[in-house]
Design a protein around this ligand. Sequence first.
Ligand code: HEC
Length: 217
Amino acid sequence: MRKPASRFCEGVSEQLWVRRTLRALLASSLELLVGPLSGGASAEPKFTVDDSSFKCMQDMTPVRHFYVDNLLGGLKETVAVAQAGKGDYPEGSVLQLMPNEVMIKQAKGFNPATRDWEFFYIDVSPEGSKIYKRGFADVNNRLGLNCFTCHVKARPEFDFVCETDHGCDPIPVTRAMFGALQRADPRCKNQPPMSAEDQEALKQLGEIVKALTSKTN
Ligand code: HEC
């Protein structure tokens, strides 16, 4: 007859074995789905996003009217998809049209519903960036409208990127207004004085935002 202590040990090691086997099975089936997992079976993200991940928009790479970056060093691949105007963005991709709103592509499988995009609403000032809200289906813009609800309407080949004709609900912001917001990003150093056109565009945007927020309040 075994002593209770050793039976206990056996139980524990059996549990460990089951856990390890399950983990190995899970890792290999994930590998089948998404290719080799670098860093072994751990689900650790390859990069973390915090306040320091964001920068002055003018230091990002412009493609048409928006800006891109890649937090994993894969800028060339990100720019290639942006320039092609369709296709799946690689992990680490950062997209911005306005200083406060950011989409970042997390690792494959992170959130299938958003095709692994994480949405951010950030506060920007000369001191830098501060994440105000981040997440998947539950982040709203400053008008209280949900990022995911709009961007999910982009047709599948566009990987959640709306531009003007990909199927998303339009936003009442003109190219002149985006341009002015991009040039006025307070995080950028040595800003030249704002042009009269940009001042006018921001004034009009301010009026639109005021009208829209007073309607919803
Ligand atoms: C009312 C719908 C709507 C909401 C809400 C919305 N967006 Fe967009 N977004 C758009 C449209 C439409 C464009 C394209 C505008 C253009 O190119 O003129 C766009 C553009 C963008 C772009 C540039 C790439 C692209 O898709 O064209 C990013 C990045 C982005 N939005 C992030 C966000 C984030 C982050 C939020 C939430 C904080 C958000 N958006 C909320 C509709 C929306």
